[in-house]
Structure formats: structure tokens, C-alpha cells
Design a binder for this molecule. Structure first.
Ligand SMILES: Cc1cc2nc3c(=O)[nH]c(=O)nc-3n(C[C@H](O)[C@H](O)[C@H](O)COP(=O)(O)OP(=O)(O)OC[C@H]3O[C@@H](n4cnc5c(N)ncnc54)[C@H](O)[C@@H]3O)c2cc1C
Length: 320
């Protein structure tokens, strides 16, 4: 029997450490428990929010007035060169398991927080690789509004092949369809040298801590905005001259644009544009979600007005 709890604080379950209460909250560790949780939501006419590692969300100060389903389905089985894992497994866990078994291909994910489910939905990645590179198939639960009046919803379990997942830059079919709950996935890897894999993982984590991640005392949700595609050739030339990097596919890092408008270090309440990486908005002490929203609005406005580029959020707003 599932334990549905009431009025659970969501802030500690997010990397931002911000947000109000979940009116209803449940942790699920199997497909059956996910189904039970959905039954509860339907019976009580509640909106649901699927929570992974909480590393790519901003929860409203008013919390979430529905049922938060926290994915703790953490099974992880290695079959020769593939890994079959529940969506609640941490990315760090599968990186560790693959290295331990001499499997290469997931090194890019080293140091990225969150679960496999969250990473699939957002096609998490770095320039070196992304979730789509490893996906063989994804098992989902789809809840559709029923045409039969006496039944509210139809639940369908489906397995999507990689081509059906419509992966793009930080996007997927799962992001477009909020009725899709990712249950598990099969990831494909290849045999590699255990020592080399571990060395690569160590290097990537060290580099992240040195150049990307803000101070651990300044919680964040990772990159706040997606890197926009820009068609202003002068801006692209400025970026390339300034950084010595290429704007691949016309994309310019959001952090560079935020720096250009002078917002590195800008504070509103407890929210600040990170001094270390301008695309990280950080919680420098008891920030309210409202502080983050105001700071992100200022960033969007200045980048749009001064550089003519529209930024869009990589993070997901919950309960707004
Ligand atoms: C310090 C730091 C560094 C980061 N670096 C990177 C990086 O380099 N690259 C990168 O891409 N991201 C990065 N991120 C962002 C984040 O770690 C990833 O986006 C991660 O994949 C989110 O996974 P999650 O489990 O935490 O998702 P959550 O934050 O819990 O949820 C995000 C979204 O996914 C949905 N979701 C979660 N699980 C499921 C599921 N099973 N089925 C359906 N929907 C689901 C949620 O409903 C929500 O809409 C970073 C974050 C931090 C804090």
C-alpha cells in the first residue's frame, strides 16, 4: 500500500533548495507503485508532477497543489554492453556502474546531477555527448484522457525506440508530452578500457568543479537558459573573437550573452547571477522563487533589448 503524504516541503528535494510544499507527495519504486500513484491522482482529480533529482526545476514559493510523484525506481541491470535501468537511477550511479564494468560511452555524464528519467526528458548533455547518444529504447507510461465518460483516463505502457523519442538540443518527445512518464530505459555502451574510462570520468568531474559548477554553498539548477541560436552575424563574430570558440550551428552560450550585458554577479534578494558561470543563477541564502523569477526576467529583458536575442529557460517552473 502506497504511503501518500501531505504538505511535504519540496525545497530539500531540489538542488536550488527553494520552493513551497507539495500538497500530496509519494515516493514510488516500481511500475505498479507508479500506477497506484496515478490511480490516487485520478480518484482525487489531482494534477501530477513527476520529480527526479530536482536538479532542473524551480518550485514556486506556493508549492505544488497536486500530487508530486518522486521516482525512486532504481533498478540497474547490465546485459553485456547495455544497461537497463529504472528512470529513478541517478546518472552518477550509471556512470559508476558502467566504469566498473569496463563499459564506455557515458563518460560525458560525469558530474551531472539528477536521474536517468530527468536526463532523458531534457536530453541532458555537454558538448562531448548527450543522453540521446546512449538511448536504445525508453519505456513509458502514457496517460490519455478517455473518450468513455465513466473513465477519466486511459493508461498505456509503450516502448519507444530512439528515433521515436525525437531528441534534439535539450529537447525530446517527453518534454512536449507532459502525459508521458518515463519508467525505464535501455542504454547502449561499448566495451572499453576500465582504467581509461575512470581517468576520463575523473578529468571531467575535476574540470566541472573548476570551471562550471558554482561553489557548492550556492545552490543552483545548473544552466538556467538554453544556448540560443543567433542569426546576428556581427554578434557571432564578436563571440568568436572574444572567446576563440566557434558558434556551432549559430549557437552562442547564454552565459556569454549574460556577461555581455554586464549581469555577472547581479543580485536580487537571495538570487545572484553566479560570479563563476554567468548562465548559473544561484541561491546565495534563503532565496525565494520570486527572487529567481525577477532576476531571470531582468536577464531576459536586458539580453533581448541590448543584443536582440530571446533567451528561453532550460529549467522547468513547477507550481507557477
Ligand atoms: C550543478 C549542476 C550542473 C548541471 N550540469 C548540467 C549539464 O552539464 N548538462 C545538462 O544537460 N544538465 C545539467 N544540469 C541540469 C540537470 O542536472 C539535468 O537537467 C538533469 O538531467 C535533470 O534531471 P532530474 O532527475 O534532476 O530532473 P528534475 O529536475 O527532477 O525534473 C526535470 C524535469 O524532468 C521531468 N522528469 C523527471 N523524471 C521524469 C520521468 N521519470 N518521467 C518523465 N518526466 C520526468 C520532471 O517532471 C521535470 O519536468 C546541471 C544541474 C546542476 C544543479
Amino acid at each position: 500500500m502506497l504511503k501518500i503524504q501531505k504538505n511535504i516541503s519540496l525545497a530539500p528535494l531540489t538542488t536550488f533548495k527553494i520552493g513551497g510544499l507539495a500538497k500530496h507527495f509519494v515516493e514510488v519504486s516500481s511500475e505498479n507503485e507508479i500506477l497506484e500513484a496515478l490511480d490516487f491522482a485520478k480518484e482525487n482529480n489531482l494534477e501530477i508532477f513527476v520529480l527526479g533529482g530536482g536538479s532542473n526545476i524551480l518550485v514556486s514559493d506556493d508549492g505544488f497543489n497536486g500530487l508530486v510523484i518522486r521516482m525512486l525506481n532504481t533498478s540497474c541491470i547490465i546485459h553485456n554492453t547495455s544497461i537497463e535501468c529504472g528512470s529513478g537511477v541517478l546518472l552518477s550511479q550509471i556512470v559508476k556502474e558502467s566504469a566498473k564494468n569496463g563499459l564506455s560511452g557515458l563518460e560525458w555524464a560525469s558530474g551531472i546531477p539528477g536521474t536517468v528519467g530527468g536526463a532523458i526528458r531534457g536530453n541532458a548533455g555537454i558538448p562531448l555527448g548527450c543522453m540521446a547518444d546512449n538511448i536504445e529504447c525508453v519505456k513509458i507510461l502514457e496517460s490519455q484522457k478517455s473518450k468513455v465518460k465513466s473513465q477519466n483516463y486511459n493508461l498505456k505502457i509503450k516502448t519507444l525506440k530512439k528515433e521515436e523519442c525525437k531528441f534534439g538540443y535539450r529537447s525530446s518527445i517527453f518534454k512536449e508530452n507532459k502525459d508521458f512518464i518515463i519508467i525505464s530505459a535501455v542504454l547502449k555502451l561499448e566495451k572499453g578500457d576500465q582504467e581509461e574510462i575512470s581517468k576520463k570520468i575523473k578529468e571531467l568531474i575535476e574540470n566541472r568543479l573548476k570551471v562550471v559548477h558554482p561553489n557548492p554553498k550556492e545552490p543552483s539548477s545548473g544552466s538556467f537558459f538554453k544556448n540560443p541560436k543567433v542569426d546576428n552575424l556581427e554578434l557571432i563574430a564578436n563571440f568568436e573573437k572574444d572567446t576563440g570558440q566557434k558558434a556551432i550551428d549559430g549557437k552562442i552560450p547564454a552565459g556569454w550573452l549574460i556577461d555581455e550585458v554586464g549581469l555577472r554577479g547581479k543580485k536580487i534578494g537571495g538570487a545572484q547571477v553566479s560570479e563563476k558561470h554567468a548562465n548559473f543563477v544561484v541561491n546565495i541564502g534563503n532565496a525565494k522563487a520570486q527572487d529567481i523569477v525577477m532576476l531571470s526576467s531582468l536577464i531576459k529583458m536586458k539580453v533581448r533589448d541590448e543584443l536582440g536575442v530571446q533567451l528561453s529557460e532550460e529549467i522547468k517552473y513547477v507550481g507557477f
